[in-house]
Design a protein. Structure first.
Length: 145
């Protein structure tokens, strides 16, 4: 089983909306509804002193959704991690609509949870040729007095 993580940077955003928890809540609401996500509580928000932005976090049954805004740079960063498969969201058009973004860059990472037979299973079913390496952590026996 694999998951997906989206790392998103959006530029050219409306600085007023980037400092508005209500506007950012609309971004969270749209993601939750359109990707069928399952919040386990209410979002948490932290507003920085002006001209700073907002940091928001929503814990999900699937993992988490976070946003960090920078009104002074007209930009925001979003991270969405889902431990189960999800379709791609139209980040560019939705962030343009919700926060006025003019340039959106999206990286999607496939998160692989387990090694099988000492080989890394890729999200597309391929397997790597890398063999399992020994753990970098050793447990030492306790010393006797």
């Amino acid at each position: 089983m694999n998951g997906s993580e989206w790392v998103v940077e959006a530029y050219g955003c409306d600085p007023v909306r980037l400092g508005d928890v209500g506007a950012l809540g609309q971004v969270f609401d749209a993601l939750v509804e359109e990707l069928s996500l399952h919040p386990v509580g209410n979002p948490l928000w932290h507003r920085f002193p002006m001209p700073g932005g907002v940091t928001g976090m929503l814990m999900l049954a699937e993992s988490h959704l976070t946003v960090h805004t920078f009104p002074e740079h007209a930009s925001l960063c979003v991270n969405l991690f889902c431990c189960t498969a999800r379709k791609d969201w139209d980040w560019s058009s939705r962030l343009a609509e919700l926060v006025g973004a003019t340039d959106v860059r999206v990286r999607r990472l496939e998160r692989v949870y387990a090694l099988e037979d000492g080989r890394w299973e890729m999200g597309d079913g391929r397997r790597s040729d890398l063999q399992r390496l020994p753990s970098p952590v050793s447990i030492l026996p306790s010393e006797s007095p």
